[in-house]
Design a binder for this molecule. Structure first.
Ligand code: AMP
Length: 396
């Protein structure tokens, strides 16, 4: 099975429904971060250069299945217009006669941006009639929204069964980069997994354990691992129901000869607060009434040494409560260590990306994945419906 490339096609005179992830932050009717729009520009420019007429659709936020001015795409339209040379118009209707006639009025190289797809509850329900209405807007479907590829919605899955479909450049890049971690990665392969909860990272840990050489654990989830090894964790974040799974993962890594490391020292606080009292403690564990908020200097050092020798690095999840300056050091130092290594590095998850930006090392990372949930599910080994529907048989 393979994905059909847009580079190989002639789209002159064709209307293309391009699903993008323009789910950008909006404040006071202004887009405050255009990163996600920028990431799709290569696909948009390529399609326009091939004479296509683009009907672009995206969701924005989580409206409750009906129109809600708070989630209108109009601010996105304003920001988007400034980023492309092409003529862009807006359709307040997502589907229906107005949207169809606007799509038919497009000339080669012009763009129609649709209102928020999630203003229709049928979008998330992947309802057949709604898929058909979306398909009436175009001759061809291109999906560049990797960030929603783990959802089988009308615009990410249903429509692909109705008109010829292709993967956009960003979609393909994400699949190729994340895929290269799973299929024949260069070794040593180091996975750095952090974030708040074991529960949300257990599946990725279980899938990666057969594929990596080192697993470095940090963040709030580390304390369930520590506790499973009888290290005192005070009032740190702890998920009792995952304690035995954490224990088993450490055990399995040992049996398989994988180097799994958990923090050997910690920055602790007397309360979950930016102005809390802090201390650094080592492997004796965390004092009663205190909580672990960041990995300590010895752990930073140990992890940095492993990172230095890596050939492939995957990082998902911060090492501590990096939103508070007092507890950001571990995460920032790990970001720096990754940026200094010559390994192929892939970073996913909104918080790790924010940390990469905070450390000012984004350009040194081989690939910053745009898809939080989607990249996690991909690395968990799950089939993403938004990708599966784009696959065609090799001989096609
Ligand atoms: P996740 O979405 O699971 O990747 O978790 C990200 C969140 O984990 C961030 O908001 C961090 O502040 C939080 N976090 C990281 N380390 C800790 C910790 N030691 N205690 C509590 N929360 C943490």
């Amino acid at each position: 099975m393979k994905l059909l490339k847009i580079e190989d096609q002639n789209f002159k005179g064709k209307r293309i429904f391009l699903r993008v992830d323009f789910n950008v932050p909006v404040e006071d009717e202004k887009v405050t971060d255009i990163t996600r729009i920028e990431k799709t520009l290569p696909t948009i420019e390529l399609l326009l250069s091939k004479g296509a007429r683009l009907v672009i659709g995206s969701h924005l936020g989580r409206p409750k299945g009906g129109p809600d001015p708070k989630y209108s795409m109009k601010p996105v339209f304003d920001a988007f217009q400034k980023l492309v040379k092409a003529k862009v118009t807006f359709s307040e209707q997502v589907v229906g006669p107005e949207a169809v006639s606007k799509s038919k009025a497009l000339a080669d190289g012009e763009i129609l941006l649709l209102e928020n797809l999630r203003f229709h509850k049928e979008e998330e329900e992947n309802e057949k009639g709604f898929c058909k209405k979306l398909a009436e807007l175009a001759d061809v479907y291109v999906n560049d929204a990797f960030g929603t590829a783990h959802r089988a919605h009308a615009s990410t899955e249903g429509i692909a069964h109705l008109i010829p479909c292709y993967a956009g450049l960003l979609m393909r890049k994400e699949i190729e980069m994340l895929g290269s971690l799973i299929v024949r990665p260069q070794r040593p392969f180091v996975a750095i997994i952090g974030g708040s909860k074991v529960s949300s990272k257990i599946a990725i840990l279980k899938n990666l354990i057969d594929k990596v050489d080192h697993i470095l654990i940090g963040g709030g989830m580390a304390y369930t691992f520590l506790r499973s090894r009888a290290v005192p964790i005070g009032k740190s974040l702890f998920e009792k129901e995952f304690e035995s799974e954490a224990f088993q993962i450490i055990d399995r890594a040992g049996v398989q000869g994988i180097d799994l490391q958990i923090p050997v020292d910690h920055v602790i606080a007397d309360q979950f607060d930016a102005n809390a009292k802090t201390k650094t403690v080592d492997k004796m564990g965390i004092l009663d009434g205190w909580m672990g908020m960041d990995i300590g200097p010895k752990t930073i050092d140990n992890y940095s040494k492993v990172i230095k020798n890596a050939k492939t690095i995957l990082w998902n999840g911060p090492m501590g409560v990096f939103e508070m300056d007092k507890f950001a050091k571990g995460t920032i130092e790990i970001a720096k260590a990754i940026s200094k290594s010559s390994a192929k590095s892939v970073v996913g998850g909104g918080d790790s990306i924010a940390a990469i930006n905070k450390a000012g090392v984004a350009e040194k990372i081989t690939h910053v994945s745009t898809g939080g949930g989607a990249s996690l599910e991909f690395l968990e080994g799950k089939t993403l419906p938004g990708v599966a529907c784009l696959l065609v048989k090799e001989e096609d």
